[in-house]
Ligand binder design. Structure first.
Ligand SMILES: *[C@@H]1O[C@H](CO)[C@@H](O)[C@H](O)[C@H]1NC(C)=O
Length: 122
């Protein structure tokens, strides 16, 4: 029963990427490796990037789950304080977090190739 609950929780955490907000950002990103996309729903570049972001996740999902790599995303319009704290000055921006520590922006992280290479190297 207990094990089932744990496994269910893990499966939920591991499936797809996670929406992060001001309430749960810090707790959620404390464990494991996170690639966090900061975006604005009204920014055309963010909208253009969305399918790329999803495709990288889907193409690498098994490997990411195996390596404790999570994809999270923050809507900067709704969660300005979270984005200010990460010093986000343009959208979309992908930042790498290692056990809750901001390791900076993923270089070229808006392109499929650069993001996929980076995610595979974690
Ligand atoms: C954080 O909160 C949002 C609702 O604002 C929710 O959709 C999301 O699943 C939560 N993320 C985690 C990791 O709990």
């Amino acid at each position: 029963m207990k094990l089932t609950a744990v496994l269910t929780a893990l499966a939920a955490a591991a499936s797809g990427y996670t929406i992060l907000d001001a309430e749960n950002f810090s707790t959620a990103t404390m464990e494991g490796y996170w690639l966090v996309k900061y975006y604005s729903p009204t920014c055309p570049w963010s909208r253009r990037f969305a399918p790329t972001w999803e495709k990288v996740y889907k193409d690498l999902e098994d490997r990411l789950v195996e390596n404790n790599v999570y994809f999270g995303e923050v809507d900067c319009k709704a969660n300005r304080a979270v984005c200010d704290r990460a010093k986000i000055d343009g959208y979309p921006t992908v930042v790498f977090y290692n056990q809750g520590v901001n390791n900076g922006e993923v270089p070229g992280g808006q392109s499929y190739e650069a993001l996929a290479e980076f995610a595979k190297s974690i």
